[in-house]
Design a protein around this ligand. Structure first.
Ligand code: ZN
Length: 111
């Protein structure tokens, strides 16, 4: 399930939105101030995207050092934690995807 994070250009708050069809530009509103100008930011769920787009979307302003991401086991952990925080049921398919990501198989599959 693709979940992207958007930053409000008015109040700067970041909110998560489920994007069912990326080609369809849905109207997203900031849950805090109601503004409609939201800018996409790096998401923990970027692990399911290709490596190229993960790099393109990498947000260096996030206070996390590189070594965190170099250990691929952290990717699955963080994504799972975020999902739990958001109350999202990722299902067993996600577990398999995380497992692939951890072992590096996912990146190989996409090359
Ligand atoms: Zn806002």
């Amino acid at each position: 399930m693709p979940i992207f994070e958007y930053q409000c250009s008015r109040c700067r708050k970041v909110s998560s939105h489920v994007v069912l069809n990326p080609k369809h530009r849905e109207r997203r509103l900031c849950p805090d101030c109601g503004a409609s100008r939201l800018k996409r930011v790096m998401s923990a769920f970027a692990v399911v995207e290709s490596e190229a787009s993960r790099l393109a979307n990498f947000d260096t302003s996030k206070p996390r050092d590189e070594s965190f991401y170099r250990d691929s086991r952290n990717i699955g952990l963080w994504a799972k934690k975020r999902a739990r925080d958001l109350g999202v049921d990722l299902g067993t398919k996600f577990d398999a995807t995380v497992e692939k990501a951890r072992t590096g198989k996912l990146i190989k599959d996409m090359e």
